[in-house]
Design a protein around this ligand. Structure first.
Ligand code: ADP
Ligand code: MG
Length: 551
């Protein structure tokens, strides 16, 4: 997309600059996040220019909310964001690993090693790390609720007290089990105005009328339709178009009367079709003419209009119904059924719940918190938890957490380095050191001296106890025995993302100003993540924080 002619060169003194080592911004970022890692991690309070406050413990949220000026900082942020999107959990871990890989590389480059040699060595180390984690992984059966519960607890420890952790772990595992771990059939909704303990699992499809465009008038709060027959109509329900012209010329009151009667008949036709088919709930993708809706309501039919496409399709599928283009096309075979359609008032908003679905189970977790902040943070935490449980159920392997997995990786990768006869050995060894950032951060957050803790951990691992890690209270324990386990996929992907991003950044030696892409937005920042083509913006923070939290 870019070539050399794209580079603007109006001021040769500033149009290109040799890049400061990427370790500086990446490390600053890692040190911001390090204190949030693990069960003793503390939260960050983020304040944006409008004064909106977000309190979070999730690495991805912290990074997303930061105003990052530095192009390298932005690439790190985007990498962590992509990891969060793909993997769900492990964002802080990824950022810490990346910071450390770049910092180790900085030392090696300083010692005369070529960046490509470092990337090669890191690649060898990554492969060895994969093997270690795969060997360490213990398969989990989807029916093994005990282990799934442990995975869920590990993903959320440190976010709440232990009673709440256990409760949310149970809620998540039960909800996922009821939809066979198909997350497309599970939704999360967070509402303020109640305590965490009021969070609940709602079986069925839960539609928040505010976030969905759905409108529903007729059901008063708490009212239920039991065993309803449902119909699904795609097109707008309005009066049929008059044939011929759009304009009706009315010359006297009789003709006016005739037009009104005609329109009324058409409206009645719609109602009659619906009533004749014994339809109790009419779900329309688009809007329903006001008078037609009133007519339907008077006839006892619940009209739900402007339903969001994905929700409309899900309700039709789950109730075993078939959507049709218009009311005229409705046929008995197209109708769906459910055990109940209920209107609920929740957290100051409205929701409609379709439950007892014959064709497909759906589940929703309705999360509550005293304030919007608590409710939203709860949602972020439960999202991580769902991702972790799903990974474990998908590929069946768990590894010990609490830094045990990474300590085992560090040990084996260091051993692998001794087999390398070439210069790459230095990089393989550096990779091994970098992975210890996780147990060191967990130790520091538990109030231990990271160097002492690391030394003690190494001794235990050398004795063959590869499941030993640092528990919540700072003691060295067998993590599988205390139930701190995580899906092997999470640390594997954390290492992959950190490696890929570090490789990308290490190969960059110069920062050039590029012409804005005409397809992108006015600022020229739209959508490009190429390291060498970010706009030059001298952050003026050598060694400092390249981003700022504004207030
Ligand atoms: P991330 O964003 O990387 O998921 P977290 O703050 O969720 O960061 O911390 C995850 C780390 O905390 C993992 O290394 C995990 O093994 C560790 N961990 C979680 N629960 C415990 C626990 N009870 N004892 C020790 N370590 C734990
Ligand atoms: Mg986590």
């Amino acid at each position: 997309m870019y070539d050399a002619s794209d580079i603007i060169d109006d001021d040769p003194s500033t149009s290109s600059s040799t890049i400061e080592h990427p370790a500086i911004p990446a490390q600053a970022l890692a040190s911001t996040l390090g204190a949030t890692l693990g069960p003793n991690g503390l939260d960050k309070m983020l304040i944006d220019r409008q004064g909106t406050v977000v309190i979070t413990n999730t690495g991805a949220t912290v990074l997303e909310s930061l105003e990052v000026d530095d192009p390298i900082g932005r690439i790190v942020r985007d990498a962590v964001h992509a990891h969060a999107h793909r993997t769900g959990d492990g964002t802080t871990t990824t950022a810490l690993l990346l910071g450390e890989l770049l910092s180790e590389a900085e030392t090696l480059v300083g010692g005369g090693l070529h960046p490509n040699t470092i990337v090669d060595g890191y690649g060898i180390a990554l492969e060895s790390a994969h093997n270690v984690l795969r060997e360490l992984a213990v398969p989990v059966e989807a029916s093994d609720h005990g282990t799934l519960q442990q995975i869920a607890s590990t993903a959320i420890t440190g976010k709440w007290d232990s009673a709440a952790t256990a409760r949310f772990a149970t809620l998540t595992v039960d909800a996922l089990c009821s939809v066979d771990f198909d997350v497309t059939r599970a939704t999360l909704h967070a509402y303020p105005g109640a305590t965490l303990a009021d969070s609940e699992q709602v079986d069925g499809i839960f539609i928040d009328t505010e976030t969905s465009s759905t409108a529903i008038d007729a059901l008063e709060t708490g009212r239920i339709r039991t065993d309803p027959t449902l119909a699904f109509v795609e097109a707008e329900i309005e009066l049929p178009e008059r044939d011929g012209s759009e304009t009706v010329v009315v010359r006297d009151t009789e003709e006016l009367q005739a037009v009104c009667e005609y329109e009324q008949e058409r409206k009645d036709d719609v109602r009659d079709v619906v009533v004749d088919l014994d339809i109790d709930v009419l779900v329309c993708r688009q809007s329903i003419d006001d008078e037609i809706r009133t007519g339907l309501e008077n006839a006892g039919v619940l009209a739900i209009e402007r339903t969001r496409q994905d929700e409309f399709a899900a309700i039709a599928r789950a109730t075993d119904g078939e959507s049709v283009a218009s009311v005229r096309d409705l046929d008995r075979g197209d109708l769906g059924t459910a055990e109940a359609v209920r209107h609920r008032s929740i957290g100051g908003g409205d929701a409609v719940v379709f439950s007892g679905l014959p064709a497909e189970e759906h589940v929703s977790l309705v999360l509550r918190g005293g304030t919007q902040h608590v409710a939203e943070e709860t949602r972020r935490i439960v999202e991580d938890c769902i991702a972790a449980v799903q990974h474990a159920a998908d590929d069946g392997g768990v590894v010990p957490g609490g830094g045990a997995g990474m300590t085992a990786v560090a040990r084996e990768v260091a051993a692998r380095a001794t087999q390398e006869g070439r210069r790459t050995a230095l990089a393989v060894d550096a990779f091994a050191d970098a992975t210890t950032v996780i147990p060191r951060a967990l130790a520091r957050n538990a109030g231990l001296d990271p160097i002492d803790a690391m030394a003690a951990l190494r001794v235990r691992h050398n004795e063959g106890n590869s499941a030993v890690g640092i528990d919540r209270s700072g003691e060295l324990r067998n993590m599988c025995e205390v139930g701190v386990v995580e899906p092997a996929t999470v640390p594997i992907r954390c290492l992959e993302t950190a490696f890929e991003t570090a490789s990308l950044l290490l190969r960059v030696d110069e920062r050039l100003a590029a012409t804005p892409d005409p397809d992108s937005d006015a600022t020229g920042h739209g959508g490009h993540e190429h390291a060498g083509h970010e706009h030059e913006r001298d952050s003026g923070h050598p060694g400092g924080y390249p981003w700022a939290l504004s207030h």
